[in-house]
Design a binder for this molecule. Structure first.
Ligand code: ZN
Length: 148
């Protein structure tokens, strides 16, 4: 993950300034709700960020429509990356909150072309709780999802 951290207030963050064209970006695509542009860090050639145009810090600050728009743009851009850079793999990464390793607090999704040995690591410790624990988690989530 990059080490740059931007905690500017809404409307003044680096992505808001980029969306308003106050600062330059290598723009790939835009529609009414999203802007796709080259990540300055370029983990691999073709590494693109898709940001919501409206300032929203995290996934939960987006409307369902904005979240869908981001995924639609990521899908669209992924197709262009496949044609242009032909990577053998592709990773979508979307981080929320400091503990989630978010560094710019304006919603964005990384579309990262992947190659073997490209240095990207994501540790994922499997904890494998008992079946009853999974069922309890699922029950609690169903309850939260149920119409009130
Ligand atoms: Zn912003």
């Amino acid at each position: 993950m990059p080490f740059f951290v931007d905690t500017s207030p809404p409307g003044q963050c680096i992505f808001c300034r980029l969306i308003s064209r106050a600062i330059p970006a290598a723009i790939v695509f835009e529609d009414e709700q999203t802007l796709a542009f080259m990540d300055l860090g370029q983990v691999n050639p073709g590494h693109v960020l898709v940001a919501s145009k409206r300032h929203a810090a995290t996934l939960l600050d987006l409307s369902a429509e904005e979240a869908a728009a981001v995924m639609r743009t990521a899908h669209h851009v992924a197709g262009a990356i496949a044609i242009t850079f032909d990577p053998p793999g592709l990773t979508l990464l979307q981080a929320n909150g400091q503990e989630g390793e978010q560094t710019v607090f304006h919603f964005h999704m990384h579309v990262v072309p992947r190659h073997s040995g490209d240095g990207i690591t994501l540790t994922w410790p499997r904890k494998e709780p008992a079946r009853e624990v999974l069922e309890d988690h699922a029950r609690r989530l169903r309850q939260a999802l149920a119409p009130q």
